[in-house]
Design a protein around this ligand. Structure first.
Ligand code: ASP
Length: 312
């Protein structure tokens, strides 16, 4: 890409040990889901809308899509529940909102935006977050709305493995967290991430996705980013803050900073991927897994949707 685009958008639908046999559904449907998310975000951006509204629109589509591990189609906890995490950050004001462990709010990313825009807080958790959603008039659903059979079967397989004395959290993680980053025509950045977390998670485990400065960050001075992968590694490496600091203080490009931050996660034993857009609007992604569900759109290029490492 030669010139910085007027607006740009990148989405992801998670990464992992992906192969044609282990996709969460037909490949064409996975790609169509990413395209639909791009379309929703593009509609906002091409109309002069804000980066915040664009990333929330894109992530809402992926939350409603049953093939991705966020909202409908999220993984199950060890107790067979769906506990959802999400975050949004506005790069212009550096205001942020996030929720962890919500169980009844249909679109956690919209709740995260409400926390950012209509509360004095950054992070709300569990029942209290759902109460806030109700007060804000956001759509509430029965837990069954989130359930898809393949995710339920994944939990049963994991439990069967545990009964045989094998590790409950398998090493062959197939992440499916979703996220979006955007730069709008006014030059502002935003980022959003949403996830069900990890299959079989216990004890109220929360990953990097709803943690500002770990799995999600947007700062007009540097970069907007959304992560997916082994959340504990991304938290320990402080990926969001690290990337922002490398760009803002050390003068690295967002791509260089992403490579460096992901290498740090890898050094801690984690794997995953990062989508990002710099303050100049240049979009990018990096990942250290065989595949990552991803797509990007700009004001001046053809949309691109990809899954495998061998694609651009
Ligand atoms: N990073 C997420 C978490 O740890 C998982 C994922 O990316 O799929 O909750």
């Amino acid at each position: 890409m030669k010139n910085p685009p007027a607006w740009s958008l990148v989405v992801h639908g998670g990464c992992g040990q992906l192969s044609p046999e282990t996709l969460p559904g037909p490949e064409a449907e996975c790609r169509a889901g990413l395209s639909a998310a791009l379309a929703a975000g593009k509609a906002v951006l091409s109309d002069g809308g804000s980066a915040v509204d664009a990333v929330v629109a894109a992530v809402s589509v992926l939350e409603d899509h049953p093939l991705f591990n966020a909202g409908r189609g999220a993984v199950f906890t060890a107790e067979g529940r769906t506990e959802l995490d999400a975050a949004v950050m506005d790069g212009a004001s550096r205001k942020a909102g996030a929720v962890a462990g919500v169980t009844r709010t249909r679109n956690p990313v919209q709740l995260a935006r409400a926390v950012m825009q209509r509360s004095p807080h950054v992070l709300l958790a569990r029942d209290g977050a759902d109460v806030f959603a109700l007060e804000q008039g956001l759509p509430q659903v029965e837990p069954g709305w989130f359930r898809v059979e393949s995710r339920w079967q994944a939990l049963q397989m994991m439990k069967a493995a545990a009964a045989r004395g094998e590790e409950l959290f398998d090493a062959d993680l197939k992440y499916g967290t979703v996220g979006a980053v955007a730069r709008d025509a006014h030059g502002h950045l935003a980022a959003a991430t949403s996830t069900g977390g990890l299959t079989g998670k216990r004890w109220g485990r929360i990953g990097d996705s709803p943690l500002i400065g770990a799995g999600t960050l947007a700062d007009d001075r540097s970069v907007a980013l959304s992560c997916t992968g082994s959340g504990e590694g991304f938290i320990r490496a402080g990926v969001g803050h690290e990337m922002g600091a490398l760009v803002r203080l050390a003068g690295l490009s967002p791509a260089q900073a992403a490579e460096r931050a992901l290498a740090d996660v890898n050094a801690l034993g984690g794997t995953g991927g990062i989508i990002f857009i710099g303050s100049d609007g240049m979009p990018g992604w990096v990942f250290s897994t065989p595949g990552m569900f991803r797509g990007r759109a700009t004001a001046c290029d053809e949309d691109q949707v990809a899954i495998w490492g061998s694609e651009g």
